[in-house]
Write a new protein. Structure first.
Lengths: 309, 309
């Protein structure tokens, strides 16, 4: 069922498949005008979804927290993303599912009464840092400017597009000749950056922040893999000072996997090469994309969806 | 030039006018996927823009703070919104202008290199609370749940769509049988609510919070009008306790004007009728929509725009 019009990506908008270049959100959807939505991103690697069930569990929890009722069942959404990937023919893909609050009709202001919307698309796999860049390592800063939005204002475990603080962090990174930034909370503890979680490795132990961050699936995978090879991982507050003196630093994201940091705040980490533990976890991470219990094979010849109105 | 296909609203998207029902944002625009944008809303009343120059000044300051370069000059944007209104034929309209970061091309991650986008639309005037509702007064709660996003994370003076905290406030209002909510900051001071600024009137004096809030044009107008009639207005921190014991409370928004509050946290304010000072300011506010220095006449017969590529 692969079709070349979808080779740059296939989207599902308002009940129709279309090339992603034609996919658009109604300007009146409060998913746009109030960023009132949740979403998830799943990767496809070598023709298989990775940890799809875990992503869908997080996605479902998110829309329930926002008190939304998507117009389709979870199972139908799953069929749609299988078909987006199959139509695109992409073997490595970045697959996004979005539920928005929807469009106010006839001046209605009561957001409980809006018809929520579902959108999805599959595009070629997205890398926060490309593989060749990863092998050199990422130049990271701890943002001095914007603080991460506190959990008392927005729950970061409900995956969202409200990136005002993270975008400020990115500009600060550029101004300081770095590639990206990690943000602190009001107590000076490390949280997360634009699109990634962070781990420090120090004296035989991984540390990653417990809250104020997305509960990333790649983060969870690194915790699982570290356990398999007997590296203890502490989920506990991580200060900026601890981060700066770590033996290794790594970033995790569905868009790029396990990514080594080699420079922090202008200082080289260790000998300047990606850390050994980081590179071992990175190798294990990509190998794990063939594990049966974590993967869902895409059938590129047979649609998952028979018919949805 | 009024055309009935635009009677529900006219939008400008990617260089073309279209009915607002057809207006859509590319799903890949980071104005959607990272809410990376600023916008402004101007009202048209009786065929005239109200304080358009002030709105455009704020809008321009916003996109500069976000380090964006819109694809059109400010003057061209102004011509476009004049024409959106003229084409719609709407004498009372809610007119929105948006500049977004735009679309990443070919896997580009450097947001400095994105081509920023401009969108605009004019729709029938939007009321946060309809006039008949305003005459009864609004039932408001001070949110106990979500705190307003602090200015250390997102600058509220750059008008934005990142409403996660405000939407939580709305749901709390519904759960407490109220109409809307005002949010506190981490120090327990009053900030703003979903789409409005707030004033307390107490013992002959208006008070409105200084920062952590949008510098609203309706807020500025109320400050100006109060000055004209000799009511002092203090721009200073306002505690929740002060708000609850105020003689009168009023909300201000381009979407509804000056709106009386008659119930706060379930308690009736005064005798339960809209306050006298509030209603005087409300009357002056609507009369001010005929003042020459604050209005810009729309020519419904002659396009403002000759040609834009």
């Amino acid at each position: 069922m692969t079709n070349s019009i979808y080779s740059k990506g296939c989207a599902w908008i308002n009940g129709e498949f279309m090339p992603v270049s034609e996919a658009a959100i109604p300007i009146a959807d409060t998913g746009f005008t109030h960023s009132d939505l949740t979403y998830d991103v799943v990767s496809v690697w070598n023709g298989k979804f990775f940890r799809l069930e875990d992503h869908l569990n997080r996605f479902e929890r998110g829309w329930k927290r926002l008190r939304m009722n998507p117009p389709l069942t979870r199972s139908a959404m799953q069929d749609i993303v299988f078909d987006c990937v199959a139509k695109s023919g992409l073997r490595e893909s970045y697959v996004e599912l979005i539920v928005t609050r929807g469009i106010p009709l006839d001046g209605e202001r009561d957001i409980r009464k809006f018809a929520n919307c579902f959108y999805a698309f599959a595009i070629p796999y997205v890398w926060i840092a490309k593989p060749e860049h990863q092998l050199n390592g990422i130049n990271l800063v701890v943002a001095n400017g914007a603080q991460r939005i506190p959990t008392t204002s927005i729950d970061p475990t409900v995956k969202n597009f409200q990136w005002g603080d993270l975008v400020q962090g990115l500009f600060e990174a550029y101004d300081r000749d770095a590639f990206t930034a990690v943000l602190l909370d009001a107590d000076g503890n490390v949280t997360e950056g634009p699109g990634f979680n962070i781990f420090a490795y120090h004296e035989g132990r991984l540390i990653t922040p417990p809250d104020g961050v997305l509960q990333g699936i790649t983060r969870a995978t690194v915790i699982d893999l570290a356990d398999e090879i007997g590296i203890p991982c502490s989920i506990e507050p991580l200060s900026a000072a601890q981060l700066r003196t770590a033996d290794e630093i790594l970033l995790t994201s569905t868009a790029g996997g396990v990514m080594p940091v080699t420079v922090i705040d202008g200082q080289t980490i260790g000998d300047g090469d990606p850390g050994k533990v980081t590179m071992l976890l990175r190798e294990m991470y990509w190998e794990a994309h063939e594990r049966v219990q974590w993967t869902s094979q895409i059938n590129y010849e047979q649609p998952a969806l028979e018919s949805i109105a």
